[in-house]
Design a protein around this ligand. Structure first.
Ligand SMILES: *Cc1c(COP(=O)(O)O)cnc(C)c1O
Length: 360
């Protein structure tokens, strides 16, 4: 069996050595005589796996001690509601940047809990740029400022951290966490579903500064209360133990690769190769403004839309999987997360040029 190059946006590619290790350990973890899936989340073995995963992430991201790391469920979409429940802290308003479909969904859910101030909004212009910060309408009274550093569908990525004064920054890093070094201390809260740039679906990471938790809306269900989850080390109820374990294996793999400091160089090279292949011909195009093109998700269109299906099927025949764009957006999208090797991008670029030679 050959494993193909997988450009899926999520659940996405997982490093092969991680899958190998999980396979070896599937039936019998260590010498305990049972699978990790079959043991109590309160057993010594699982507690060890859980805390090692947290420690490895803390090391990889240099997370300061005054931040909690939570391993939760429900995906990033659940956090769209859980964030206002926890972070309004008696305030009535929150700042939101709307630069794509995911931040749009975050705004929609937040509106049920607070007054949303749209700091900047590119919905009318097709979500393909980030307006100059000089035009932003920040509210110094906002409980927090929310943005999506990498819009997975539009392929729009911030290359800077906004300056919001004393208002804590909340960032949905679902599709670019760990892709490059980030300064955690600039953020109040970082969250990410694991299934894009980490590994399996089922785990949602929340990294939150300790002074921001503990003052929730009265309606907050207990499993959604960051204070309770932090107090209980994310073991308030049964967590997805296997996904947590696999996430921990990915962190160990990342450490072996040299962490975000090493990944950023590979990721930049991969992205530049792919954008260069798109830009050098009219046969393909990407309409995201150059200063905010994503290094993780690269949407592109064929000039002749009637060739979309041929492109996707022939790519599959060449072991290049999941290149179709998002369901309502169409076109193509290559997600080139940490686990997608540079050879995969080289193979895609070669295929694109061969496809153009035959159809262009
Ligand atoms: C995929 C994605 C989500 C939604 O994640 P779920 O885990 O499916 O809820 C939210 N935000 C971003 C940026 C994403 O890429």
């Amino acid at each position: 069996m050959t494993r193909a190059y997988n450009f899926c946006a999520g659940p996405a590619a997982i490093p092969e050595p991680v899958l190998q290790k999980a396979k070896e350990e599937l039936l019998n973890w260590g010498s305990v005589g049972a699978s990790i899936m079959e043991m109590s989340h309160r057993s010594e073995t699982f507690l060890q796996i859980a805390s090692e995963a947290e420690q490895d992430l803390r090391n990889l991201m240099h997370i300061p001690d005054n931040y909690h790391v939570l391993f939760l469920q429900g995906g990033a979409s659940t956090q769209f509601a859980v964030i206002p429940m926890n972070l309004l802290r008696g305030k009535k308003k929150a700042d939101y940047v709307r630069t794509g479909i995911w931040s749009h969904k975050a705004v929609d859910q937040a509106e049920a809990y607070c007054e949303v101030n749209l700091v900047t909004d590119t919905m009318d212009k097709g979500y393909n740029y980030i307006p100059d910060v000089a035009s932003w309408n920040l509210d110094p009274e906002a409980a927090y400022f929310h943005y999506t550093p990498n819009e997975t569908i539009g392929g729009v990525e911030f290359n800077f951290i906004p300056d919001t004064g004393d208002v804590p920054i909340v960032a949905d890093m679902s599709s670019n966490i760990l892709s490059r070094p980030i300064n955690v201390s600039k953020y109040g809260l970082i969250y990410a579903g694991a299934q894009k740039n980490i590994g399996p679906s089922g785990i949602t990471l929340v990294i939150v500064r300790d002074d921001l938790i503990g003052d929730t809306l009265d309606i907050t269900p207990e499993p959604f209360n960051y204070y309770i989850q932090a107090r209980d080390a994310s073991l308030y109820n049964t967590p997805p133990t296997f996904a947590w374990y696999l996430t921990g294996l990915v962190f160990k793999w990342l450490k072996e690769q040299g962490g975000p400091e090493a990944m950023v160089e590979i990721n930049e090279r991969k992205a530049k190769k792919l954008y260069a292949a798109i830009d050098k011909t009219d046969f393909y195009h990407n309409d995201v403004k150059e200063d905010c093109r994503s290094w993780m998700n690269v949407p592109f269109q064929l000039q002749q839309k009637n060739l979309d299906t041929n492109f996707v099927t022939e790519a599959e025949e060449n072991n290049l999987l999941n290149l179709n764009g998002w369901r309502t957006v169409g076109g193509m999208r290559a997600s080139i997360y940490n686990a997608v090797p540079e050879e995969a991008v080289d193979a895609l670029v070669a295929f694109m040029s061969e496809f153009e030679r035959r159809y262009g």
